[in-house]
Design a protein around this ligand. Structure first.
Ligand SMILES: Nc1ncnc2c1ncn2[C@@H]1O[C@H](COP(=O)(O)OP(=O)(O)OP(=O)(O)O)[C@@H](O)[C@H]1O
Length: 253
């Protein structure tokens, strides 16, 4: 679980409270390159708060966050994403009036652009090739020309994740990649995601409620409870942990 190499992500003693609610209490997590880390915990345990702090959507009250040794705490989400931390959301953030391919083109063009100049022609500058490659690798070619408003939830989820990869991130954070995806589609969808991520050599942190998915795709698991890390280790170790069984899985894992 430990490595002598410098971690891709280092979050040390980060804390965040919302009034009396402690959403993160001195959370320390280091993620080495290439790891597939799953964050688990019951509703309100602090998983999304952690993701939001790492990606700049929430500013911690205290602590330090570094990407490849460079401090990133306090930077805006757009800057953090340019530095190499990208994310997907529980509810996909897509432009529903554009097609799947147009959304991907905008993501690819924005990844390259210094400003908003990509709006002039998102199809220019090799973006088309990258967009089509990602669409194909996520198995979305059949949906490329369909409006996002017409797409099923599972397809939207995959498109949102594929768009997060447009920037070739060092670290990809996926907030509940399988929520809203039907039981039979979950494993094929995660196979696509993990295959695409390994092709990009990105490190991945994913928030997940389905313990079968955690077991199948994570090589490390961190369990949260009430804003604290209560277990950290291999899936087997963490899912057998007494506190995790009590507070997270209810003994069902
Ligand atoms: N913007 C906010 N304002 C007030 N309270 C918040 C805010 N964001 C999160 N919280 C609170 O912080 C705690 C942690 O929430 P968080 O969303 O991180 O949990 P989670 O583990 O991601 O839960 P879920 O699995 O339901 O998404 C909860 O008690 C939540 O109500």
């Amino acid at each position: 679980m430990t490595t002598s190499a410098r971690p891709v992500l280092s979050a040390r003693d980060i804390g965040k409270s919302f009034g009396a609610v402690v959403a993160a209490a001195e959370v320390t997590i280091e993620v080495p390159a290439g790891q597939r880390l799953s964050l688990i915990g019951s509703n309100g345990a602090g998983k999304t708060t952690f993701v939001n702090m790492v990606t700049g959507y929430l500013r911690p009250d205290r602590g330090a966050i570094e990407l490849d040794g460079e401090p990133i705490l306090g930077l805006a989400p757009r800057l953090i994403s340019r530095k190499g931390i990208c994310r997907s959301f529980q509810i996909p953030q897509l432009c529903v009036e554009l097609t799947a391919l147009q959304n991907m083109l905008v993501a690819c063009a924005a990844a390259d652009a210094g400003g908003l100049s990509f709006w002039r022609d998102p199809g220019a500058g090799g973006h088309q090739e990258r967009a089509l490659d990602l669409i194909r690798r996520f198995g979305l070619h059949g949906f490329a020309d369909r409006l996002v408003s017409e797409l099923p939830g599972g397809v939207r989820k995959l498109l949102d994740i594929a768009m997060a990869l447009a920037r070739k991130p060092r670290l990809l954070l996926l907030d509940e990649p399988t929520s809203g995806v039907s039981a039979e589609e979950k494993f094929p969808a995660m196979d696509r995601v993990m295959e695409a991520i390994s092709g990009e050599a990105a490190t991945v942190v994913f928030v997940e409620h389905d313990m079968d998915i955690v077991r199948a795709y994570a090589d490390r698991v961190i369990a949260f409870y009430s804003g604290r890390v209560i277990a950290d280790g291999t899936p087997d170790t963490v899912l057998r942990d007494a506190e995790v069984r009590r507070y997270v899985t209810g003994g069902t894992a």
